[in-house]
Design a protein around this ligand. Structure first.
Ligand code: MEV
Length: 431
């Protein structure tokens, strides 16, 4: 019988790197060529880098790990995460295991269109501008699709609508902002959107007699929202209450909301990086959406639900599975293959789910044992390394640091340096 993905989740973190690669190969997530590529240290040839940016001098390497135990919309996933922060991958996997055993993760994408903006900074009369422009709306949609977005149209997407917005200049007068609404299919859509907006500049000036001042897509895509929902069916009532309270804190207080959302992005950004997606665009969109009520709030909500607990993530999460780095960078291509998501919507749904799960893991830790235990415990190895411990000394330094942590509830690099000094002096006295 062929091995299923779920068969390798148990004990995955205890395996050596070689065993992990073998396990991923056994279930068909990785192939021989991927293992070979990873064994050689991934991308080394800088000529590809030269195609992406200017003045290339090399690559910046960050660890690539996989989070396990995810079951999203009834399907198992192994999640590639490129990130440098200790405990993110471990916390995601651990929390996903809890949900796998006692709950569900469901996701959806609501809406299909991204937004492009064309600004006319100073219009003589907004009402006339709007009337003139809307009279030509269907024609502008048609020529945009015919002349620029024809590739998208072939794939079932393209420009769908044109909307005019009045934006106050703050001095009593208005600027006019034209929104181009476009379905980018499986592309992130930035390039094609910017091309459409620039293409429309001339017709808009012609139809209205006004001057277009700039064109660019918007990252606040409130017209296409990704939603993930986690439901834990049976949970200790006290724990559920603590998590709901922590969530209320993040809803009501922007200082807490910023940190809560950083924790959600701990789950989101590593997948964006691993799949070659534009994480700055997603971050900008999420933070802007988090402020849509006029106050910066949490992008997740947790509430008690009978005997259970329900959490919801809801925000724009615009990614692509075609075009750009995603289909050029060999590591990104490998990570996309590992995920098995071919559509942009499916990728976005997985990413939202991981963000919400990461948030649950953080809230559970924060409201029970505290962040130090979960976070710093895993950090002891880094501290030992930072203090200069050699391979054979690391477990000894770690053990001592864990004792200090248990008593003082905090540890630092200077503790690690002291512990190492003490260990070495004891060792030299024994000689
Ligand atoms: C640390 O990287 C993330 C947390 O601060 C998130 C949170 O506070 O919810 C633990």
């Amino acid at each position: 019988m062929t091995k299923q993905l779920r068969d390798i989740f148990q004990g995955f973190s205890k395996l050596s790197r070689e065993e992990r690669l073998q396990a991923l190969k056994d279930v068909g997530v990785l192939h021989d060529s991927d293992v070979d590529y990873l064994a050689k240290g991934g991308l080394r040839d800088t000529s590809l880098g030269e195609k992406f940016i200017e003045n290339v001098i090399g690559y910046f390497q960050i660890p690539l790990g996989v989070a396990t135990n995810f079951r999203i919309d009834g399907k198992d996933f192994v999640i590639p995460m490129a990130v440098e922060e200790t405990s993110i991958v471990a916390a995601a996997s651990k929390t996903a295991k809890w949900i796998r055993e006692s709950g569900t993760i469901t996701t959806e994408v609501v809406g299909a269109e991204i937004i492009g903006q064309i600004q006319c900074a100073k219009v003589q009369d907004f009402a006339t501008f709007e009337k003139q422009l809307l009279a030509q709306k269907n024609y502008m949609i048609e020529i945009s699709n015919r002349e620029v977005a024809f590739g998208l149209v072939r794939r079932g997407g393209g420009v769908r609508d044109i909307v005019v917005r009045r934006v106050p200049r703050g001095d009593g007068s208005d600027m006019a902002v034209v929104h181009v609404m476009m379905d980018p299919c499986d592309a992130m859509g930035a390039n094609i959107m910017n091309q459409v907006c620039e293409f429309l500049k001339e017709p808009i000036e012609q139809f209205t007699g006004e001057k277009v001042t700039m064109c660019i897509l918007s990252n606040l895509v409130d017209s296409k929202i990704t939603r993930a929902t986690v439901h834990i069916t049976d949970i200790d009532a006290d724990l559920a209450e603590k998590i709901a309270e922590a969530s209320l804190f993040a809803q009501q207080d922007p200082y807490r909301a910023a940190t809560n959302n950083k924790g959600v992005l701990n789950g989101i950004d590593p997948i964006l990086v691993a799949t070659g997606n534009d994480w700055r665009a997603v971050e900008a969109g999420i933070h802007a959406y988090a402020s849509r009520t006029g106050q910066y709030r949490s992008i997740t909500r947790w509430y008690r639900d009978g005997k259970g607990l329900t959490g919801v993530f809801e925000a724009p999460l615009i990614v692509g599975t075609v075009g750009g780095v995603t289909t050029l960078h060999p590591t990104a291509m490998m990570c996309m293959k590992m995920l098995g998501t071919t559509s942009a919507n499916d990728l976005s749904r997985v990413i939202a789910a991981v963000g919400l799960v990461q948030n649950l893991g953080a809230l559970k830790a924060l409201t029970t044992v505290g962040i130090i235990e979960g976070h710093m415990k895993l950090h002891t190895k880094n501290l030992a390394l930072g203090a200069g411990a050699e391979e054979r000394e690391i477990p000894l330094v770690q053990k001592k640091l864990e004792e200090i942590l248990a008593i003082r509830k905090r540890i630092s690099l200077s503790n690690a340096i002291d512990v190492l000094k003490e260990l070495r002096s004891q060792a030299s006295q024994k000689l």
